[in-house]
Ligand binder design. Structure first.
Ligand code: AMP
Ligand code: GLY
Length: 418
């Protein structure tokens, strides 16, 4: 069959790389894709906001299955529109994607179905927020302020004292740094612990976690600097023990399925659960309606089952019978970013050394190809992924290759997996 993958990041490159190994797939299209994806798929430049044009393209090219990478088209209802036209698409409908699209909705869902999470309050007006902050005591800090709507991972402010809390409230509700996403906000309890990414497949009745992954969100070594989309990952996550997994299944996954049943939500797709492991107790930080980036890069390299088979079992509702095989070898993904990321950065720097990489797999994020040469075209540029018999070996392999690839302003963490 011919398929289409929507999105332009390293996540989509990794999904396409894996789908390309399926003997049931003939042609892969990618909207809009990136430099690296051009080697595996036909990239087509259609705006991700233009769902009607995407549907027209799918019909004209007899594409049998569409896979959605990023959250925005899901939250805007691309799946509902495809289904109305009887076109096959992988991802939750609007009613499910709202778990990522509205943090208030997802917090209320968690509370209603006893899913462990940080205590929160909803703030609809600036003055109410200000009064709330005025009444807090010193020992209530840190607190976390969050925009309700999508903010590209940037709408979360951790305030360590009253000044920072008011500053955060101002950014969200007064200067409106995140536009209408900050019309309503959440103030929640700060959770102290170790984060883990749990990416699950869900067919509406059954939810199956993929192998565990650890994401490194901060820009610099030792978790210093600003939050980013993710500067690296490794899988499996050494902190995600069997004991944690048991608790996650009992207290989180079972309750999610109960919630979907009670609310009448038919959730088919990926449910990515951001977890905080606090003194051995897993609590949910957030839900995403999509695969993680760069979690997907570290997972696809270890996945032995045909990804198309997994996607079809989600769509057919047979996930309970589906086996998923993984390589025993740990994987590590190191992101090479442009100098300045996650703030301002320059683009258009020539990337050298890619042809010398033999032991790792390189997934492109922000790159473009001109006259057969690759240039930087985004904040996160490449994800270098290595496998090893041990985590230490995977780290060694990956960093050897990370040093070979070069572009002006190359910025990366040297502590991924350590
Ligand atoms: P979110 O988009 O809600 O996952 O938040 C982005 C990041 O902010 C998370 O990955 C955490 O690093 C941090 N964060 C969010 N909520 C909390 C919380 N309640 N306590 C501590 N850190 C948090
Ligand atoms: N790496 C975190 C995310 O994809 O949201």
């Amino acid at each position: 069959m011919d398929i289409l993958v929507i999105g332009s990041g390293g996540r989509e490159h990794a999904l396409i790389w894996k789908l390309n190994q399926s003997n049931k797939i003939e042609n892969i299209y990618s909207i809009p894709g990136n430099g690296g994806i051009t080697n595996l798929a036909e990239t087509v430049n259609i705006s991700l906001d233009n769902h009607e044009k995407i549907i027209k393209f799918v019909k004209e090219n007899n594409i049998e299955l569409t896979i959605v990478g990023p959250e925005l088209p899901l939250v805007k209802g691309i799946v509902d529109k495809f289904q109305k036209e009887n076109l096959k698409i992988f991802g939750p409908k609007k009613e499910g994607a709202i778990l990522e699209g509205s943090k208030l909705y997802s917090k209320n869902f968690m509370e209603k179905y006893n899913i462990p999470t940080a205590k929160h309050i909803e703030i609809k007006e600036y003055n109410i927020g200000l009064n709330y902050i005025e009444e807090l005591n010193l020992e209530d800090y840190p607190i976390v302020l969050k925009a309700d709507g999508l903010a590209a991972g940037k709408g979360v402010i951790i305030a360590r004292d009253k000044n920072e809390a008011i500053e955060g409230l101002d950014r969200l509700m007064k200067s409106k740094d995140f536009g209408s996403s900050g019309e309503k906000i959440i103030i929640e309890e700060y959770l102290d612990g170790i984060e883990a990414s749990l990416i699950c497949l869900c067919d509406g009745k059954t939810i199956v976690p993929l192998e565990s992954v650890k994401d490194y969100k901060k820009a610099f070594n030792n978790d210093l600097g600003l939050n980013t989309g993710g500067m690296g990952t490794y899988s499996p996550n050494k902190y995600y023990t069997e004991e944690i997994d048991d608790k996650v299944r009992q207290k989180i996954l079972d309750n999610i399925i109960k919630g979907f049943e009670k609310e009448g939500i038919e959730y088919k797709g990926v449910l990515f659960i951001g977890l905080m492991l606090e003194e051995g107790e897993p609590k949910v930080l957030e839900f995403n309606a999509r695969f993680g980036d760069p979690e997907t890069q570290a997972l696809m390299i270890r996945l032995e089952t045909d990804l198309l088979e997994l996607i079809e079992s989600v769509l057919e509702g047979t996930l309970d019978k589906q086996e998923i095989k993984w390589s025993d070898k740990p994987s590590v993904c190191v992101i090479l970013a442009s100098e300045g990321y996650p703030l301002g950065y320059e683009k258009g720097k020539k990337i050298n050394g890619l042809e010398c990489i033999e032991n790792s797999t390189v997934f492109h994020s922000g790159t473009k190809i001109t006259n057969n040469k690759f240039y930087t075209n985004g904040g996160r540029v490449l994800g270098v992924v290595g496998l090893g018999d041990t985590l230490e070996k995977a780290i060694e392999t990956v960093y050897e290759d990370v040093r070979i690839i070069d572009f002006e302003g190359k910025q990366y963490r040297t502590d991924i997996g350590m």
